[in-house]
Structure formats: structure tokens, C-alpha cells
Design a protein around this ligand. Structure first.
Ligand SMILES: N[C@@H](CCC(=O)N[C@@H](CS)C(=O)NCC(=O)O)C(=O)O
Length: 371
């Protein structure tokens, strides 16, 4: 790949971590530039209609905002070797984990960033200064405050802290067990699922002081995977016999099944079902015109995690990603659909093949819009 592109993003940004890792693993030439730059503020923000990272700038200039769409752009290039498996189970599981990373783990990612002030805040202040023009400490504080509020909007409120931590610790243990056997989610090669999962696991959970130290102590192999995902080679010296390919015969390893079963139950199903209800109610009341911009959140989904009531922003974007998995499922042949259906049943995740909102989300001119 010869095109040199510019990635506007930042080390502390969750979604930049997803796009960056993909560019690195695919050997795509890129230069990362801070969104504090004049060009980003004056030209890129107006072109993509909002201050949001990551954005990639291609020759033209063409701008793409959205980590998933950035990856899709490169996946669609004829010279690219796709990192979405084309066997049914591995394909659908990759897209499921993409959803889990980009949406399902936002609560722990926000909690471990914003609710450990003594350990994290000095580090974050320094990081956030690099996001704002001139490195203004005052602007950085403002931006931190608005992100802190976003964390609360995802349900990371004091009454839920302890349950969020318990679930995350158990999740880490299961993931660590998986990475003791395999360097990536599906064997010796990263897939679309790895890029989804690295989103919360790089910028926040492996970098911010409190969760980083916890991860290194409790789940060192998960930490190694976060390093590995940011290296151009396979970086799997611990696995001398592992081929640099996905596991054969469309197999999903037992260690990953355990991770998925757990995460589906604790981080995905209840919230997705509640968010669908909340968004559908909003759609009924508001009936947005086709082409109208779909906001970040429309109301609050109400559900429980281990008996603790939680309210979390119901995000249409969750269903944009979920629909990608459901469309891929619908596009499988009959045998593929049957195999995936029984895998999803085994994982107690079958409802995710059908739960949906009543209007589709499309992308137009770098924005999510109602169809
Ligand atoms: N769906 C988008 C989400 C991007 C996103 O939310 N980025 C955060 C930083 S990690 C951001 O720019 N937040 C600022 C805001 O939304 O005001 C993607 O995948 O790129």
C-alpha cells in the first residue's frame, strides 16, 4: 500500500486505538497528527461536521470519520488482504466482538478512566492538553469534564462502581486465559474482532495509570496482546509453534467461547435489548425524516447488571454495528446460518441475531443518519 494518509487522533482516544491498530497491522503508511492542529480545527472539523476523532485524511482530500468506516475503506481496497474471516462462525464472531469493543465495554472503559482521580488525573491532564490548540490547561480541563459526564451517561455512577469492577475483573481473567493459549482472538492473526476489542483496551484500560497497573498485575497476557496489537509484525514470540493464521476449520476456541458467553450476559444482552426498546419508543414519538442526523444518544436505556439498576445512554450507533453483524449473518448460506445459529445458542447470544431498532441507521457525509 503506497498511499500515505494522515490519522487525526490521540494516544488516549478509545476509537483512535482501533483505527491505528488496523493501519499498523495492515502496513498502511500513515502519519498521526493531533486534533489540536490548525488544519484539523479549520478544515477537517467543518468537513466532517463535528469535532470527533479518529479522522483519516486521504488524497483529494477525502476525510473519513469513524473507526469502523476507516477500516472498511481499507478493507475494500483490492490490494488489501481482508482481516474479516470469510468462514461463517469466525466472521460473525469477529463482527460481534467489534460491537462488544466499540459499545459493550464503554462502561468499564469510562469508569476506570474517570473514577480513579488520584491515580489518573495528572496523567489525563497531560494527555488532554495535547488535544486542544496551544495545549491550554483550561481547555483541557473543560474537555475532561465533558468526557467525565459522558462516563456517567454510560452508567458509571457510584451505585454501580462495585459491580462494574467485579464484572471487569472476571472478564479480564477469562481474556487472560484465552491469551495464554492464543496470541490473538482467532489464533495467530488479528481479525476485525481484535480491532474492535482494542478500542477500550488500548487508549483507556491499558494506558491510564490505574487500570494499566491492574491489567499488568492481574492479566499480563491481556497487556501483552495490547502491545502486540500495536506492532507491525505478529509479535508472538511466546507462541513459537503458532502459525500466523486464523484457527483452521472455522473453529472458535473454547477459551474465546467462555469470554463471549460471559461478556454477552454481563455487557451486551440486557443493555442492547433495553436500548432497542428505548430507541424504538423515541422513534415512535419523534419519527425523524429520512436523512435526518441520528444523535449520539436518544434517551436512557434502563436495565440491571447483577441486580443493580443502571441507566445508560441508548446509542443508535450500537445498532449500526449490530446490523452489520446481522446483515453478514443473513448473507451466509443455509449451512453457515445453521452453524452460527447453534453457536450463538450455545453462547446464550442468539437474541442478538434478531434484536433491532425499527429504523435503519445509514452513514451519509460522515454522519449517522436515519433511513
Ligand atoms: N463512532 C465513532 C466514535 C468516535 C468518538 O466518539 N471519538 C471520541 C474520542 S475517542 C470523540 O471524538 N469524542 C468527542 C465528542 O464526541 O465530542 C468512531 O468509531 O470513530
Amino acid at each position: 500500500m503506497t498511499e500515505t494518509c494522515i490519522l487525526y487522533g490521540a494516544p488516549c482516544s478509545l476509537y483512535t486505538g482501533k483505527a491505528r491498530s488496523y493501519l499498523i497491522k495492515q502496513g498502511i503508511c500513515y502519519r498521526e497528527i493531533s486534533p489540536a492542529s490548525q488544519h484539523f480545527v479549520n478544515d477537517v472539523v467543518p468537513a466532517v461536521h463535528r469535532w470527533r476523532i479518529p479522522v483519516i485524511e486521504l488524497s483529494g482530500p477525502v476525510y473519513i470519520q469513524d473507526s469502523t468506516m476507516i477500516i472498511e475503506h481499507f478493507e475494500n481496497q483490492p490490494q488489501t488482504a481482508s482481516l474479516l474471516p470469510d468462514t461463517p462462525k469466525q466472521k460473525i464472531i469477529s463482527l460481534l466482538i467489534d460491537l462488544l469493543g466499540a459499545e459493550g465495554l464503554l462502561r468499564p472503559a469510562m469508569h476506570y478512566r474517570w473514577n480513579f482521580k488520584a491515580e489518573n488525573d495528572d496523567f489525563l491532564k497531560e494527555n488532554f492538553r495535547t488535544l486542544v490548540p496551544g495545549g491550554s490547561a483550561e481547555m483541557a480541563e473543560k474537555s475532561m469534564d465533558s468526557m467525565r459526564q459522558a462516563g456517567a451517561a454510560f452508567g458509571a455512577l457510584p451505585e454501580a462502581f462495585s459491580v462494574i469492577e467485579k464484572i471487569y475483573e472476571e472478564f479480564l481473567d477469562l481474556l487472560d486465559r484465552h491469551f495464554s493459549k492464543y496470541p490473538y482472538l482467532l489464533g495467530g492473526r488479528p481479525s476485525i474482532g481484535d480491532f474492535g476489542l482494542i478500542a477500550p483496551f488500548y487508549g483507556h484500560l491499558s494506558r491510564d495509570p490505574y487500570p494499566a497497573s491492574m491489567m499488568k498485575k492481574r492479566a499480563p497476557r491481556v497487556f501483552r496482546w495490547t502491545e502486540r496489537m500495536n506492532r507491525p509484525d505478529a509479535d508472538m514470540g511466546e507462541f513459537p509453534d503458532c502459525p500466523a493464521s486464523w484457527i483452521e476449520n472455522d473453529e472458535i476456541p473454547d477459551t474465546l467461547k467462555e469470554v463471549l458467553k460471559f461478556a454477552g450476559k454481563e455487557d451486551l444482552l440486557a443493555e442492547t435489548t433495553a436500548a432497542a426498546q428505548c430507541i424504538n419508543k423515541w422513534l415512535e414519538q419523534n419519527n425523524p425524516a429520512p436523512g435526518e442526523k441520528a444523535g449520539r444518544g436518544v434517551g436512557f436505556a434502563e436495565f440491571e447488571i447483577r441486580g443493580v439498576p443502571v441507566q445508560a445512554l441508548a446509542q443508535p450507533y450500537r445498532f449500526f454495528l449490530l446490523a452489520r453483524m446481522q446483515n453478514a449473518f443473513a448473507g451466509l448460506d443455509e449451512t453457515g446460518r445453521r452453524d452460527v445459529q447453534s453457536l450463538m445458542e450455545e453462547l446464550d447470544l442468539a437474541p442478538l441475531l434478531s434484536v433491532a431498532i425499527n429504523r435503519k441507521i445509514a452513514r451519509h457525509d460522515n454522519l449517522e443518519v436515519w433511513q
